[in-house]
Design a protein around this ligand. Structure first.
Ligand code: 5GP
Length: 120
């Protein structure tokens, strides 16, 4: 049994959020605790807990997350300098909300991709 998160309530507009985009497949809203000047979450309207749970049936909505990210980045003035899209999967990646979401972060030079150091 998959448990709903706060994101389902935001998608259904039962609780407030700073919505920037919504269509039949995805919803985008500003992160409540931004880590960059622009920090927006793009989520599928259907509850999929983690990237481990995606199937071929989800490809349209997962693709839409990327096209919407590009559209929002353009609108937010991030397209030229660039930005980062992040999908965290489970505890090693620090996933807190078990409803897939893509972080769109930008508006500043973001630095190295990962904060831990890895030497092979
Ligand atoms: P994760 O660590 O799961 O990849 O990211 C979850 C994100 O959701 C965090 O950046 C956190 O700030 C954001 N978040 C958690 N609860 C809420 C909420 O109620 N509203 C909004 N707008 N963002 C939230």
């Amino acid at each position: 049994m998959v448990e709903e998160t706060i994101f389902s309530k935001i998608i259904r507009r039962e609780i407030p959020a700073d919505l920037v985009y919504q269509d039949a497949l995805v919803t985008a809203f500003r992160d409540i605790s931004p880590q960059a000047p622009t920090h927006i979450l793009i989520v599928p309207n259907l509850l999929i807990p983690t990237v481990n749970d995606v199937t071929i049936e989800h490809e349209a909505m997962l693709g839409r997350m990327i096209t919407v990210a590009a559209k929002i980045a353009e609108k937010e003035g991030l397209a030229e300098d660039g930005y980062r899209l992040i999908l965290n999967c489970k505890h090693h990646a620090g996933q807190e909300i078990y409803h897939i979401h893509m972080h769109l972060v930008g508006g500043v030079l973001l630095g190295p991709m990962l904060s831990y150091s890895f030497k092979k």
